[in-house]
Design a protein around this ligand. Structure first.
Ligand code: ADP
Ligand code: MG
Length: 635
């Protein structure tokens, strides 16, 4: 219940400020007994509201988790101040401490809550169509896969679904961060909480609410906020040891000051000042403030990091490897040529599309669409097995059947050397053969389109300092070269006809000398995604396996977001560096002042808390990162 603690902390801070006010008024404005009583009451209020809750929390942490809370340093300093009669200074300390803690909490809460806005967009109810054609309004949470739901113009899609009837443009900005509407037709996927702008859609629910894309996004970001980055873990580790060192150091300093000053009161006062000056609050919060803000900004831009670690590693990545189909290309392929060896194109396509109906591959979807366009009714195929980067096998009414590329044909001992295939084979397009055992029945060529943002994204990555880019595809060399050329890739950056294990091996080799990110969408990319320093999966359209294996999900179709995310990670790294340099510098100045120049306690506190707040605000600048404005800005 973060809201509750924030509100409580505002009340406590206000009480601390009031307490300090009374202490000051009692000392300077009022005389005699009334003055003394006001001072005492004010100091008690300031200490009680500003110190007791934080002290209690720190003691509890020490007792139950055996961790030394940095806040404890402040409390010890305030007690020391009171002990030497510097009550006002102790109250100033607690007031500034309490104020800056509240500000920090608010700021960090802002970063954390950026994602919650998403949940607010989920529709409460849906219009479910029953078998007899009647429509009833039901709670969106009760929808199950298979339900048919009507989505009227202007309404939000209640759960992830596939369109069964109707056309419409959808505003998917909640998922992808992109406000350009996407037009969809029957067979198209629609996502929970996106807005249907026009046309009445009839959709079949594919995922219940707990498994929806939005639910997954929320889960991912929540996990990300819990999974700590290495530098965060370092600052935790450091914070612990440092706090102990400061406590011991202050006791030693107390002895030293006493040695020189021969006066316990001033020695204790100066030791307390040193304690505050040396506290590492700013250093410890430097990293999480920046990382949390960057994660939220990225999520709003449709780039989901599974943890701060992925964000930090991405900043160091200098080689990007891309899968082709479905990643650099849209994956929405079209059939461009058909050669049926027995001359019966329809029967051939029917057999081919029927096997492919069981595959998740982009090529399969193209064939299914082609069959649908021709009004073919697909027949069932049994014992289906997908063979990654090769094709698919199964058994229909006429016996065993397979579909796939030359690799597949070789496995079946079938020859693809056939004059009538020449034209297809010489085109720079993907060729799919259909066969029964060693006998080939025909071939089709399939072409998919480059995403219009791919070339720009690669150029932006290079401009952002990426050393080399590689394309790794299971497709034919001819296709790979055509696509690579359109993307201005060097010939040695193009790797074709790769099996999943080839991608894995190449990624491993590249990882030896550089930090590598792999971007992919398919089942065939999962191993490479897991092996790369940073695995990035195409979110909304990618396969579930790829999403599981990856560290980052790219929900936007806009590849330029990837380049933007790379820049964001670099900016985060630089803000963390700035923060650390500033925090350490400020601490050194304060410590020098406290040891050598009789720095007054309130000034040490002001410098220390001020520095902490500045560091948090600097991290918060990342929340405004342009990543989620790419594209939107021009619209
Ligand atoms: P990429 O690495 O570019 O994403 P894949 O490794 O998924 O490509 O596929 C490589 C090749 O394997 C495809 O170009 C195609 O020739 C063949 N292939 C894979 N799955 C199928 C399928 N279901 N039907 C036909 N061919 C397939
Ligand atoms: Mg792919």
């Amino acid at each position: 219940m973060p809201r509750l603690t924030i509100d409580t902390s505002i009340v406590l801070t206000s009480a601390t400020i009031a307490g300090l006010g009374m202490t000051l008024a009692g000392t300077w404005l009022l005389d005699g007994d009334a003055g003394l009583r006001t001072t005492l009451f004010g100091a008690a209020l300031a200490y009680g509201a500003g110190g007791v809750p934080a002290g209690w929390r720190a003691l509890k942490a020490l007792w139950t988790e055996h961790v030394l809370d940095i806040d404890l340093l402040m409390i010890v300093a305030a007690i020391a101040a009171a002990a030497v009669g510097a009550v006002i200074e102790g109250a100033v300390l607690l007031m500034l401490f309490s104020l800056s803690t509240t500000l920090e909490e608010r700021a960090m809460g802002q970063a954390r809550r950026a994602i919650e806005a998403l949940m607010a967009l989920r529709p409460e109810t849906a219009f479910r169509k029953s078998a007899d054609g009647s429509v009833e309004e039901v709670a969106a949470a009760r929808l199950v896969a298979g339900d048919i739901v009507m989505v009227r113009p202007g309404a939000r899609v209640p759960a992830d679904a596939t369109i069964v009837a109707g056309h419409g443009s959808l505003d998917e900005s909640t998922i992808t961060g992109e406000s350009m509407p996407v037009s969809k037709e029957p067979g198209g996927k629609v996502f929970e909480a996106t807005v249907n702008l026009d046309g009445v859609l009839e959709v079949r629910i594919t995922h219940s609410l707990e498994q929806s894309t939005v639910a997954r996004m929320i889960a991912l970001v929540t996990e990300a906020q819990a999974a700590r980055a290495p530098s965060e873990r370092f600052s935790d580790w450091f914070g612990q040891r440092y706090t102990i060192a400061v406590l011991i150091g202050s006791v030693v300093a107390l002895m030293g000051f006493y040695w020189f000053l021969q006066d316990w009161q001033s020695a204790l006062y100066r030791a307390a000042t040193l304690l505050v000056a040396a506290s590492p609050c700013a250093i410890v919060i430097s990293v999480p403030a920046a990382i949390l803000s960057a994660l939220s900004a990225a999520a709003r831009g449709g780039v989901l990091f599974k943890g701060g670690a992925a964000l930090e590693t991405l900043a160091a990545v200098d080689v990007f490897a891309f899968d082709k189909t479905g990643t650099l290309t849209s994956g929405r392929a079209d059939v461009t040529g058909i050669v049926a060896l027995d001359g019966d194109e329809t029967a051939f396509l029917l057999a081919l599309a029927s096997v492919e109906a069981n595959s998740e591959h982009h090529i399969a979807a193209a064939l299914r669409r082609e069959a649908e366009r021709r009004g073919l009714v697909l027949h069932p195929v049994q014992d289906v097995q997908a063979i990654p980067s090769a094709g698919i096998v199964g058994r229909d009414a006429e016996g065993p059947v397979w579909a796939g590329n030359t690799r597949m044909a070789e496995m079946m001992a079938a020859s693809t050397d056939e004059v009538r295939f020449r034209a297809l084979q010489e085109s720079a397009e993907t060729v799919v053969y259909l066969g029964r055992g060693a006998q080939i029945l025909g071939a089709v060529s399939v072409a998919d389109q480059l995403r219009d943002t791919s070339a720009g994204a690669l150029a932006a990555l290079r401009a952002g300092g990426v050393k080399s880019i590689a394309m790794m595809t299971g497709d034919r060399r001819g296709v790979a070269l055509r696509v690579g050329k359109a993307l201005a890739l060097q010939p040695d950056e193009i790797h074709a006809e790769m099996l999943p294990e080839d991608k894995l091996r190449l990624v491993g080799e590249l990882a030896e000398s550089s930090k590598i990110a792999f971007v992919g969408d398919g089942v065939n990319d999962a191993a490479a995604l897991a092996r790369a320093d940073v695995g990035i999966a195409m979110g909304a359209a990618g396969s579930e396996v790829a999403l599981q294996a990856a560290d980052v999900a790219l929900l936007s179709e806009d590849m330029e977001r990837l380049a933007a995310a790379h820049l964001l990670s670099k900016r985060t790294a630089s803000i963390i560096r700035q923060n650390l340099v500033f925090a350490i510098g400020a601490m050194l100045v304060l410590v020098t002042g406290a040891t050598l120049f009789e720095l007054p306690l309130p000034l040490a506190v002001l410098g220390h808390e001020g520095g902490t707040v500045l560091v948090v605000l600097n991290g918060l600048r990342l929340l405004k990162d342009p990543i989620y404005k790419t594209r939107r800005a021009g619209l």
